[in-house]
Design a binder for this molecule. Structure first.
Ligand SMILES: Nc1ncnc2c1ncn2[C@@H]1O[C@H](COP(=O)(O)OP(=O)(O)OP(=O)(O)O)[C@@H](O)[C@H]1O
Length: 312
């Protein structure tokens, strides 16, 4: 069943068009990522889904309900963790969870949630005394306390250290495993790639592509490189004449082959046919980050955080 359906969404602020004909749908049980440069219209889109902004035109359905007309019913079913949530400094973790759960007719067991989010040891700690990671985990817990069927998580791991980010990812997967559909807005390509079943790339208020992470990487057909040394002489044309190869260089005895598509298997096949053994073979693995840059023409300078994969 479709959990979320956004059709031809438009939203402008004065003369500025923030969202320009955005459409996508999210199936129940999916983690659906939204990525895009700063100012792309991501927050405006998810806040419209949450009923916090009124679109100029287009339609939104959350589990078959309209976020504006059916506001109360949507609130019962949709959990929202937005950017920069803040709570009263003096409130304690358990108090905040207890208070928020009282807003819902059929809340989750907040003690279980506190446990799931590894906050039980901090139950009597005041908000101001929590670390950044603990505050973030509390805001996720509060987004889930109403037992939502759909959760919106906006910039989930901004400001967290690498270990806390990984712990948060594991946690989100656990939440998804309980059947919650998750809409994840993120600047972090590694986060989107690791967590999302499918991703929408939004750029300039428009959807540039919707696909699985692997599909987006393949669609972008980004440039790849294969590097190796050879122990026997090799005619450069064996490689330069291969389909999809755009460049061959030899730098200090090291071959560097640049190309697209099935570069690695093409190069490996050509070397095998020439009976040349490649040594110290390295492949620059393509990531979602490369696909994003290829699709939007933007990288770090546009405010996109680039996280190199550890195995990259
Ligand atoms: N309340 C507002 N009034 C005027 N302009 C706004 C308002 N909110 C957003 N905008 C503008 O609309 C555009 C889209 O903003 P939005 O916050 O949706 O983008 P975003 O993709 O979430 O960006 P970021 O990644 O920086 O959070 C931006 O150019 C922004 O400056």
């Amino acid at each position: 069943m479709t959990a979320l359906e956004v059709r031809n969404l438009h939203k402008r602020y004065g003369h500025h068009v923030a969202v320009d004909d955005v459409s996508f749908s999210v199936e129940e049980g999916e983690i659906f990522g939204i990525i895009g440069p700063n100012g792309a219209g991501k927050t405006t889109t998810v806040e419209s889904i949450a009923g916090l902004r009124t679109p100029d035109s287009g339609s939104i359905s959350v589990l078959g309900l309209d976020p504006i007309k059916d506001r109360t019913k949507v609130r019962e079913r949709l959990g929202v963790q937005l950017q920069e949530s803040s709570f009263p400094d003096a409130i304690k973790v358990a108090e905040a969870l207890d208070l928020y759960s009282s807003f819902y007719r059929d809340p989750a067991d907040w003690r279980e949630l506190m446990d799931l989010l590894d906050l039980t040891g901090k139950r009597n700690t005041r908000y101001k005394a929590l670390s950044g990671g603990q505050k973030q985990r509390l805001s996720i817990a509060l987004a889930l306390v109403g037992s939502p069927r759909v959760a919106i998580l906006d910039e989930l791991t901004t400001g967290l250290d690498p270990q806390a980010r990984r712990d948060t990812w594991t946690l989100i997967e656990r939440v998804r495993d309980t059947g919650v559909t998750i809409l994840l807005v993120t600047h972090f390509m590694d986060e989107a790639e690791r967590l999302s079943d499918r991703i929408a790339v939004i750029d300039g208020g428009r959807v540039a592509a919707v696909d699985t992470p692997a599909g987006l990487i393949a669609q972008a057909n980004a440039v790849q490189q294969v590097r190796f040394r050879v122990s026997q002489p090799l005619d450069e044309r064996v490689l330069s004449e291969l389909p999809d190869v755009t460049g061959v260089e030899i730098v200090e005895g090291r071959w560097l082959v640049t190309g697209r598509g099935q570069l690695l298997s093409n190069v490996a096949g050509a070397l095998a046919r020439a009976q040349v053994v490649a040594e110290d073979l390295r492949v620059d693995q393509r990531t979602l980050d490369d696909a994003f840059v290829a699709m939007t023409g933007r990288g770090r300078s546009a405010g996109v955080s680039v996280n190199l994969r550890e195995d990259g």
